[in-house]
Design a protein around this ligand. Structure first.
Ligand SMILES: [Zn+2]
Length: 317
């Protein structure tokens, strides 16, 4: 099957770029994701995450976050003939652009805000259009899945952040958020939300995965789940193949509706990959796998990219 463009809701390749490990131009230095393979395989839009590593938290979260955001702008400037920054509805109109790859800048970890709402406006002005409220721990906004035993909902500050994100036109990302926080975000947010890189708990009982109830609620609120390729989220044995990614896609489509399913590889943020899906170039096998499973051409296009595009056009200004 040809012509289905891809939107990937999460990769961590930016850290490689900022640490000077790779230029992300091509596959010569290894890694899961680079411009050449992404474009060749049909990626039209990539969420590029600024993931704030543990060693910078909490004191240097802002410093590191800004370093990563600055790195993203440098990466785009270095490759202006091939990539561009997506910041608003108008930018979405040129997708899919066969000559250029859209980049949506996201921050993974609300620690970057400290306890200051104005910092959200600052990162918005720096081009950030998605924010994962937490990683696995607790911060001033909410608690991550690493603290799943707590019944902690969003803090007052966390609620203000969600409301302000709605006003600005930013995607609220609930991957890594604990369950109480998840339900609270759905109460507070006026806009649909995303779990940019999460899988189905019914198929693999990992704390990072979403229950059927959560998946159904995301669907009801017109949200999108990007299926994560990390083998430990796909299968309890921790050994997975591309078929397991397809199983999670099928399950989420059954439970929450096909319009709720997307892709969120987590490439370059995971140290293992499923067999047959080892890098961004392997995306080209997925459409045929999905067709064989019984999805229509239109449904495959939705899963590969159109659902995330719908969410973006609902949320971005
Ligand atoms: Zn993550």
């Amino acid at each position: 099957m040809k012509n289905s463009y891809i939107v990937d809701g999460h990769c961590d390749s930016l850290i490689n770029y900022v640490n000077n490990d790779r230029t992300l131009k091509d596959s010569s230095a290894g890694g899961h994701w680079d411009i050449q393979r992404a474009r060749r395989t049909g990626v039209a839009l990539q969420f590029l995450a600024a993931f704030i590593e543990m060693k910078y938290k909490p004191d240097r979260s802002l410093q590191r976050g800004l370093q990563l955001i600055e790195g993203a702008h440098r990466f785009i400037a270095d490759n202006l003939d091939q990539v561009y920054l997506v910041q608003g509805k108008l930018d979405l109109e040129q997708i899919p652009d066969p000559t250029c790859l859209g980049i949506l800048l996201s921050v993974e970890g609300g620690e970057i805000l400290g306890e200051d709402l104005f910092m959200l406006d600052v990162i918005f002005k720096l081009g950030v259009r998605a924010l994962g409220l937490t990683w696995n721990q607790r911060n001033a906004l909410a608690a991550g899945v690493g603290e799943a035993d707590t019944q902690l909902k969003l803090s007052n500050f966390g609620q203000e952040v969600v409301q302000r994100m709605n006003k600005l036109g930013m995607i609220v990302d609930v991957s890594h958020l604990n369950e109480a926080g998840f339900w609270h975000v759905l109460e507070v947010s006026q806009d649909p939300i995303a779990a940019t890189h999460s899988c189905a708990k019914a198929l693999c009982a990992h704390p990072r995965n979403l229950t059927d109830q959560q998946l159904r609620a995301l669907g009801r609120h017109k949200g999108v789940v990007g299926v994560n390729f990390y083998p430990h989220f796909l299968k309890e044995t921790g050994v997975a193949t591309r078929d397991d990614v397809v199983r999670h896609i099928c399950h989420i489509a059954e439970v929450a509706g096909v319009e709720t399913v997307g892709l969120g590889s987590d490439f370059d943020g995971i140290d293992e990959t499923p067999e047959g899906l080892g890098h961004v170039g392997d995306y080209s096998y997925l459409p045929d796998d999905l067709i064989k499973t019984g999805f229509s051409t239109r449904e495959v296009e939705q899963i590969m990219g159109r659902n995330f595009m719908r969410l973006l056009s609902d949320v971005l200004k």
